[in-house]
Design a protein around this ligand. Structure first.
Ligand code: T4K
Length: 375
């Protein structure tokens, strides 16, 4: 059961990092100080890659300094060029990673039930210049991976999943991260598994992992040879050590989030105009709790966002505005609202309620009480 503590009202943010007790981190720090190996593939880095493979049930993991550099490197590692079909309903890093690789994003609309790329619309957007699909498992909810792969196979396209929200998500009995050519994770402070800053690429092939590892280390082969133009995407020992500690607690974090998810669903029931985006799903990581605010809710999405804020509750309108509305993208033909009706409507109605391991029952009831009173 969720802890039902009585406490004074406090500010509540859309998320809060899950932090194990500091005392548990100190032995890791002592090891780093003793060894004086701070980065460049040190022992904690090696161990975290191995433990993540086991924990996630995947073949190969390459750690990165953050999810954005990991995305940029994933696209480079597959030698993708030309046009890439992607979603406007995401964090801006998704499209930025394409443009940093001189690739042209082509926005395709999302499906209303998941807000993930709609496979049928992907097919219609393919041109002779299309080489890949960059899809996002938005809020950790699986894309229609089978349909996306079928479209990709038909047209000879690569598939990269921005799985920034999908740490530990299971789909049909397996890791969701096993789909596509590569999957990219974010371990940012706001994610359910965090290393302060961090990220990773999950790859099914050792050969591709080797290329990725070289690319994240300047393209260096050895002391006297550099094979190609790489970057510096390496995760430090400090971040890797924190990841190892987090891994010990991550199942407990997930279980706590699941309780919060259940309580939201129970207490939100019957409030007119408020609908959780997804039905409950086994295999979820409970990263986010998006609700859709329907027209029958008189105060509307933005009214609700402000009302919560006045009460010290900081929800977020992930993902408003759409990426396609931002200056670097809004002149692309595919950015037209008429091309993206579902995403455009969702961006006006979605609200992510606070979700973190430290929410107690009283917090959830307070949040839902404000929503109920606002409608
Ligand atoms: N692809 C997708 C689909 C993504 O969602 C993201 C990142 C990426 C790629 C890129 O991955 P990284 O390069 O970041 O690894 C946040 C995060 O900065 C961003 O990582 C995340 N997506 C995005 C969805 O959310 P903001 O602007 O909402 O963050 P911020 O700083 O406003 O934090 C939100 C709340 O979290 C704060 O109000 C308080 C709390 N917080 C935040 C931080 C940073 C804390 O309590 N402690 C903290 O240290 O973007």
């Amino acid at each position: 059961m969720l802890r039902s503590l009585k406490m004074a009202n406090k500010d509540i943010f859309v998320t809060k990092p899950s932090m194990p007790p500091l005392s548990e981190f100190l032995p890791y720090l002592e090891e780093i100080w003793e060894r004086q190996v701070l980065t460049n593939g040190g022992p904690f880095h090696v161990r975290l890659e191995e433990e993540l493979c086991r924990h996630l049930g995947v073949e190969h993991v390459s750690l990165f300094t953050n999810g954005t550099i990991a995305l940029m490197t994933a696209l480079k590692a597959l030698d993708i060029d030309g046009e890439v079909i992607t979603t406007p309903f995401s964090f801006v890093a998704t499209s930025h990673s394409l443009v940093w690789n001189n690739l042209r994003p082509v926005f395709v609309d999302v499906a209303p039930d998941t807000l993930n790329l709609d496979p049928a619309k992907i097919r219609a957007a393919i041109t002779p210049s299309t080489t890949a699909i960059l899809a996002v498992h938005c809020y950790g909810h699986p894309c229609d991976v089978a349909a996306i792969q079928a479209v990709a196979d038909e047209a000879g396209l690569r598939v990269v999943y921005d799985a920034a929200h999908a740490f530990g998500v299971r789909h049909q009995g397996h890791s969701l991260l096993r789909h596509g050519d590569l999957s990219v994770l974010s371990f940012h402070a706001t994610k359910m598994f965090n290393t302060f800053e961090g990220g990773a690429i999950v790859s099914p092939s050792l050969e591709v992992k080797r290329r990725i590892d070289r690319l994240k280390n300047f393209g260096i082969i050895d002391e006297t040879s550099v094979a190609e133009v790489g970057t510096n995407g390496k995760m430090s020992e400090l971040n890797a050590a924190f990841g190892l500690l987090q891994l010990k607690h991550v199942d407990e974090y997930r279980a706590r989030r699941r309780e919060v998810d259940r309580l939201y669903r129970k207490t939100l029931q019957g409030i007119p105009g408020i609908r959780p985006l997804h039905a409950p799903r086994d295999g979820d990581n409970y990263s986010y709790f998006p609700i859709m605010v329907e027209p029958v809710c008189r105060i509307g999405r933005d009214g609700l966002y402000e009302r919560l804020k006045e009460n010290g509750i900081y929800s977020r309108r992930y993902f408003f505005p759409l990426i396609s509305r931002f200056a670097p993208y809004n002149t692309l033909p595919s950015a037209a609202e008429t091309n993206l009706p579902v995403a455009t409507d969702a961006a006006q109605r979605v609200l992510c309620l606070p979700m973190s391991t430290d929410l107690v029952e009283a917090d959830v009831r307070r949040i839902v009480g404000i929503i109920a009173a606002a409608g």
